[in-house]
Design a protein around this ligand. Structure first.
Ligand code: URA
Ligand code: SF4
Length: 246
């Protein structure tokens, strides 16, 4: 198949999956992602690039090596203060699947790899349930790269500060499907308020990439009754991926 045919076929599939109208809607209203907490005023948009814009622009041009070095040295939000190390992500660099969690916990901060503690064991089991394995056609990242103290939820200012890194990762990885694990990941990727219970089972998109929302594994460890729903979500993700892979 030539690239044109492939792209026509892909649009057909996405239309069938109910994504194409959403694309149109988004592209009509789309502007650069902004923080939920700090909407830009029009005055800011018409002025010279701010330091924040310049930083985002620089990150948007980085390759993996620069990205890794930049994250390791980053002091753009308060989370830099208590971290042992920043945790960029792990896995296949041209994956079909991208899973995005919240932020590193104690073990991740120690070892420099996402999802290696208790929640990570559950994530590995969730991956295995749909025939996936860490690092094989899968990349795992977090919304914030540095551990929030006492594993608190990252603030909107922190997720906004870290967003350019995740955005660059997505641009470099070009996954076919993104799975947002929990509210902070979903809200950051969709740039709007999200209730996981309401968003699950639906297909969203981020910059044209299909996106599914499900519960965070750490939440599932505490809330066993929602495990069945997470299983449904994984089946939905697998079915969506099958359509995307044809
Ligand atoms: N929880 C997350 O969201 N990410 C990790 O890397 C570990 C636990
Ligand atoms: Fe930088 Fe992100 Fe770490 Fe904040 S969480 S210091 S923005 S790498």
């Amino acid at each position: 198949m030539n690239p044109d045919e492939m792209s026509r076929r892909r649009s057909g599939i996405l239309r069938e999956m109910g994504l194409a109208p959403l694309w149109k809607l988004r592209s009509e209203v789309q502007s650069a992602p902004v923080s939920l907490a700090q909407p830009k005023s029009s005055a800011v948009e018409t002025s010279l690039p701010t330091a924040v814009d310049q930083r985002a622009g620089a990150i948007a041009a980085m390759g993996w090596e620069e990205l890794r070095a930049s994250v390791a040295a980053c002091r753009a939000c308060e989370l830099c203060q208590a971290r042992k190390q920043a945790v960029l992500g792990v896995g296949d660099l041209s994956p079909d699947w991208l899973f995005v969690g919240e932020g590193p916990g104690a073990e991740e901060d120690q070892r420099g790899e996402p999802f290696v503690g208790q929640a990570g064991k559950l994530l590995d089991a969730m991956l295995a349930a749909i025939g996936l394995q860490r690092g094989r056609n899968v990349y795992i990242a977090n919304t914030v790269k540095c551990r929030p103290p006492a594993n608190r939820t990252p603030t909107p200012a922190e997720t906004a500060a870290c967003w350019p890194y995740l955005e660059r990762q997505i641009a470099l990885l070009k996954p076919k499907l993104i799975v947002a694990l929990g509210k902070p990941a979903a809200q950051t990727l969709l740039q709007k308020e999200v209730k996981v219970g309401e968003a699950r089972g639906r297909l969203f998109e981020h910059n044209g990439i299909p996106l599914i929302v499900t519960y965070h594994p750490a939440y599932l460890l505490r809330t066993l009754q929602d495990k069945a729903k997470a299983w449904e979500d994984l089946c939905f993700a697998r079915a969506s991926m099958r359509k995307l892979q044809v």
